[in-house]
Ligand binder design. Sequence first.
Ligand SMILES: Cc1cc2nc3c(=O)[nH]c(=O)nc-3n(C[C@H](O)[C@H](O)[C@H](O)COP(=O)(O)O)c2cc1C
Length: 176
Amino acid sequence: MKKIVGIVGNFKLPSSTYRVVAEITQQISQKLNMEFVIYNLSDLGASFPMAQSANELNFEAKHIIEEIINSDILVVGVPTYNASFPGMFKHLFDLISPETLANKPVVLSATGGSERHSLMIDYQLRPLFNYFKTWVTNTSIYVTSNDCIHTQPTAVLQERIQQTIDELEHLIAMKD
Ligand SMILES: Cc1cc2nc3c(=O)[nH]c(=O)nc-3n(C[C@H](O)[C@H](O)[C@H](O)COP(=O)(O)O)c2cc1C
C-alpha cells in the first residue's frame, strides 16, 4: 500500500501544527486509500539536534529519514517563527540529500498567529522544496486560530484541502 508521511516542524504536543498535518494527512489517506504516519521533531530523539550528518543519527531518527525518502506523498507542516519556518525543521532537511526527494509529491502547510504571514509558505518553504526538486502542489494551506482547526476545519480550509487532494491526484497520475 502507498504511504503518506506527515512531518510536523516543531517539538511540542499538543500543537495546532500537528492537528493541521493530521487533518490533511487523514483526508488524503481516506480519499486516495493510502496508509499514513506522522512524526514531529521530538520523534527524532536525542541524537538529532547535534547531528552534523545522517550517519550521526540514532536508529529512530535514521528510520524517520528513510520513511521521508521512501514516502509516496510528503505532508509538511510548520509553525511560523519570526516570518519563517523553525530552524530545527530546516536542520532535519539539512540531513537529507536533495536528490533523494526528487519528483516526490509534497503538500505544504503552516500555522501562524497572524494572517499577515500567510505568504511565508510561498517565500520561505516553497523555495526549500523547489531546491529538493519535489513536486509541490500549487495550493498550500496556512491556518490561524480563526480557521478553528481545534474543532472542525472551516469551509474555506476544507475547500483548500480538497483542492490540494485534486492536485495530488494529477501529480500521482503523472508519476505512475
Ligand atoms: C518564537 C515564535 C515566533 C513566532 N513568530 C510568528 C510570526 O512571525 N508570525 C506569526 O504569524 N506567528 C508567529 N508565531 C506564532 C506561531 O506561529 C503560532 O502560535 C503557531 O500556530 C503555533 O503552532 P503550534 O501550536 O504547533 O506550536 C511565533 C511563535 C513563536 C513561539
